[in-house]
Design a protein around this ligand. Structure first.
Ligand code: NDP
Length: 597
């Protein structure tokens, strides 16, 4: 193995990165994970809100929105602001919130500064209490948006859409659900989230485990005790707990588990990069000084700086803008702002940052072998960068053991626990922090298919990959809108920004269609083809180069091929240019690429 002591030469560092990547590449890629159906379906059950019996709904609404997370909330808000009152949100969870409804694991908090991460702050008059707010406050904010814009009355919560069929004669969508509802909507929109469906690792024997288990997105507080606000999980005091996975979720909940568990075993395949968090409480006096329109200014400033642009000041100053600032500083230091110069600045600043991150592990973690195993050997943006000030220290607790699998993952699971490298670990509870489906089929992730014109299914239409105009309109699916970052801005560092823009666009289109008495609005084959061709030609994609260690950012290290590539591409000139483009598109009144009939 390459010598791990730093400083390494650039060649040695690259060799180490390649080595770490190569040993993790698996031929089964995305297929290594288990879909939560049949015997695993119970992992999806809602542990938070009991299902309340109600009569099936059989009416008609103007807009039905599938998904009650940020996408549904901000679109619902924009529709209401545009005077479209008859909006129904259908949500699987027992309340609004989406990601923040499901992810109530202890320690959950936003990683992008709350002032830009939490949407509609000015509209709802909320001041985030901290720079990186905790999950309960974000969930409460989701409820605040729903209340403020009156989205509860017409909503169908604890309800899953089972079918969505276009009725060409009546020009409406027929929507059916698992609660017996069968209603129609003139327009439908879908914001079911890119990381929506939990997945389990396909570890041999997983079905034989007889202890307690749950996925982090369905935290079982009945078993663990404690609460999402971080109350001590007293139920774990006498338990041997194993957690599988060390991604962004695990990084946030492990410090809490470390305080609570009798013994905690962390099973690691790839360590995350852990940069400084440096959270702080918001000063209300300072907040008062923000001038109206501040949130949009902050959003624009963040997006500009985070995607390589220049601005007089960094308003947000979080971990994401820091990454970009370092690249700019490096280019300045090298005196070279050519594309090659910026590429070099990126490499140099990333090498420096990752060396700092590895050095921080040595500073914090007492045990040398544990510290070595916690060091990430990849570029910071190969995986979701993490920011935390207690995670590494958790490994200094005598009750916490890091079981590093040297990139191989857990070997097998059995009735009593699991094995790594032939060694048995008996466990009372296994927590799966194994993430969410990203690279799988749309219909599998959302749980329903859509039937458009001429009975064409969306799953067939997208059999060779997603195709859309602006990431929102799909040929053959009139009056249907997709609300997601894909094939549009693709701003991964602040997903809600993509959604608020999309919500605004959608509301503008619907209110225009209604004002001219249109029955349908749809895109044409030419418009869709041109958009997709432009994206592919531009080559700007979410996901890093295949040199990175595998994960959902890079299609598990496999060449994405033409199909997966279509899910990863974004507007060639980047998010700032896309937001400019779409703003002009929706305000010039031409709605180019759409036909209203
Ligand atoms: P991830 O997909 O990031 O992590 C899954 C973890 O499970 C990885 O560490 C993975 O290892 C590990 N794993 C998978 N299979 C095995 C196996 N067989 N044996 C051992 N380990 C295994 O999921 P998360 O829930 O952590 O995060 C998902 C995303 O959610 C993040 O990337 C982020 O976008 C978002 N998130 C955002 C937060 C925020 O904004 N505050 C907080 C938490 C999550 P390997 O890396 O080797 O694949």
């Amino acid at each position: 193995m390459t010598d791990v002591s730093e400083p390494l030469t650039e060649d040695e560092l690259r060799a180490r990165y390649r080595e770490e990547r190569d040993k993790r590449i698996r031929p089964d890629g995305n297929e290594q994970y288990i879909d939560l159906i049949d015997r695993f379906a119970h992992y999806l059950e809602d542990p938070y809100v009991p299902i309340v019996e109600r009569e099936p709904v059989t009416d008609h609404v103007t807009v039905a929105f599938i998904g009650g997370g940020f996408a549904g909330l901000v679109t619902g808000a924009r529709l209401k602001q545009a005077g479209i009152d008859d909006v129904r949100i259908v949500e699987k969870g027992g309340d609004f919130g989406g990601t923040w409804y499901w992810n109530r694991y202890p320690g959950a908090q936003c990683d992008t500064a709350a002032f830009i991460y939490m949407p509609l702050l000015e509209e709802t008059g909320h001041m985030p209490t901290e720079k990186y707010t905790k999950a309960p406050e974000i969930l409460e904010h989701c409820q605040r948006i729903a209340n403020h814009f009156d989205l509860y009355d017409n909503a169908l919560l604890s309800t899953e859409v089972t079918d969505l069929v276009w009725d060409a004669d009546a020009s409406v969508w027929n929507i059916t659900t698992n609660r017996g509802d069968a209603f129609t909507a003139k327009y439908v929109a879908m914001g079911t989230g890119p990381l929506h469906r939990p997945k389990l690792p396909g570890i041999p024997g997983i079905e034989f485990y007889e202890g307690h288990t749950f996925h982090t997105s369905r935290w079982d507080y009945d078993y663990t005790g404690g609460d999402p606000a971080g109350g001590l999980m007293t139920g774990l005091a006498d338990k041997k707990v194993g957690i599988i996975g060390t991604g962004a979720t695990s990084v946030q909940c492990i410090p809490h588990l470390a305080k609570a568990c009798g013994e905690l075993f962390v099973f690691q395949r790839t360590p995350s990069s852990i940069d400084i968090r440096n959270n702080s409480a918001t000063d209300p006096e300072w907040f008062e000084t923000l001038e109206p329109g501040w949130q949009q200014r902050w959003l624009d400033n963040f997006t500009l700086l985070q995607t390589g642009g220049f601005a007089d000041e960094d308003l947000v100053m979080d971990g994401w803008t820091d990454i970009s600032q370092r690249i700019r500083d490096k280019a300045m230091e090298n005196g070279d702002f050519s594309p090659e110069g910026l590429e070099k600045a990126y490499h140099d600043s990333d090498d420096e940052k990752m060396a700092e991150i590895r050095a921080r592990v040595d500073e914090v973690v007492g045990d040398t072998a544990t510290a070595e195993a916690l060091k990430p050997w990849f570029r910071q943006l190969c995986k979701r960068p993490c920011f935390h000030d207690e995670y590494l220290d958790a490994y200094n607790s005598p009750n916490v053991t890091l079981v590093d699998t040297d990139g191989k993952g857990v070997e097998s699971i059995n009735a009593a626990g699991l094995t790594v490298a032939g060694e048995q670990y008996d466990l009372d509870c296994i927590i799966y922090a194994s993430g969410f489906e990203v690279g799988t089929e749309y219909a599998r992730r959302s749980g329903y298919d859509v039937t458009g014109v001429d009975d064409v299914k969306l799953s067939d239409r997208w059999a060779d990959g997603m195709r859309s105009l602006h990431g929102m309109h799909v040929r053959g699916f009139p009056n249907m809108f997709v609300v997601s970052p894909s094939q549009a801005a693709n701003l991964i560092s602040n997903v809600p920004h993509n959604l608020t823009e999309a919500g605004q666009t959608l509301a503008t289109i619907v209110s225009h269609a209604e004002s001219i008495g249109a029955t349908t609005v749809q895109t044409s084959e030419d418009a869709e083809n041109e958009w997709v061709a432009m994206l592919l030609e531009g080559g700007r994609r979410f996901g890093n180069n295949p040199d990175c260690t595998p994960g959902y950012y890079n299609n598990e290290g496999h060449d994405p091929g033409p199909k997966a590539l279509l899910n990863m591409v974004g507007y060639p000139e980047g998010p700032v240019a896309f937001f400019d483009f779409i703003n002009t598109w929706r305000t010039n009144g031409n709605f180019e690429g759409l036909t209203f009939t």
